[in-house]
Design a protein around this ligand. Sequence first.
Ligand code: ATP
Length: 384
Amino acid sequence: MIVEQLGLKDFRNYAEADVSLSPGANVFIGRNGQGKTNLVEAVAYLATLGSHRVSNDAPMVRDGADAAIVRARLAHGERSVLLELQLNRHGANKARVNGVNVRTTELPRYAQVVLFAPEDLQIVRGDPSARRRFADQLIVQRSPRMSAVLADYDRVLRQRSALLKSARARGIRGEALSTLDVWDDKLVSLGTEVIEARLALASDLSAPLARAYAAIAGADHDPRLSWALSVGGGDPEEGDAVDAGGSSAPLADQFRAALAARRSAELERGLTLVGPHRDDLVLQVRGLPVKGYASHGESWSVALSLRLASAELLRAESRLGDPVLILDDVFAELDAGRRTRLAELAGGYEQVIVTSAVEEDVPDALRAHVVRVEAGEIQEQDHV
Ligand SMILES: Nc1ncnc2c1ncn2[C@@H]1O[C@H](COP(=O)(O)OP(=O)(O)OP(=O)(O)O)[C@@H](O)[C@H]1O
């Protein structure tokens, strides 16, 4: 897939902008705070329906405006498609494909993007929620119908947890809470689907991760990923190491057994303590957890490799062709060897978009189409 044209209106610091992009490498150059990341954030939003920087949409709308518009003309081989997204400060967002109104959740069926940004260090260093978010976003990109399953799971979780909280407030004991069983059934059925998709993801991502890490780090440090599951006992959300795959019972049965075992603790705390929302994606390098052990450079390499592996996975599976690979502000952090190896890997994608404050930080091979950005305006576009 290729983005041929990107148009913005009242998006972040852009009143109005129009950028033509080329197949192959594109680089946005500009001083700090001029609007380079804002451009790639807009592209990625169409594919992930979220920002890599903020969890709500309000900051995306230009200060003083009521709505932001992102418009992109994409090419899938010979076919071209026009996506439009309106982010409203008040009320629901709106989307159109080739001028026809659609649900916003339709957009990722047309746009496939993998973005790496410095914020991704949080995937390896941050809380389990950052790793769950990484995995779930990729699960939805692999299979857009999973967005409804994840949303339903969240809704059931909120309702079940509200029931536990009110039971705790009223001093009700576990046995007397028969309505909980109805919510347990829904939690187990949706939660099992989420866990299965995440286990499949970890397994499918493992070989691409090893390849990407070896390519970036220039060494084989045996990167691994596996899930610590709360259905296996313990609470990965609170740092318990859980032996994943310790039981041979079907996942849904393990889920039910774990819920039964923790029911009194759940009532005591007014919280759902078992389910995919308490699980953690465990990342290891050289047999040690990345979090707490890996050096800054190693952590950075793992985060970058996770995104490159995601791109490889989507490329292999998608009917849209290659995802657009976006590398936001990454080259300044890398040594010369890593820069060259990353440029080689990125150069293999149908389209790659790079941002950098310093042009010389970007390897020559990726400087085919340079777009200069200043104060929310596109200054010039040179094709070398
Ligand atoms: N909703 C908004 N309305 C107006 N301006 C905004 C809004 N959101 C962000 N900005 C402005 O956009 C600018 C940041 O743009 P961006 O993050 O794209 O910078 P950048 O060029 O990538 O910089 P760096 O090299 O530092 O990463 C800041 O000046 C910020 O104040």
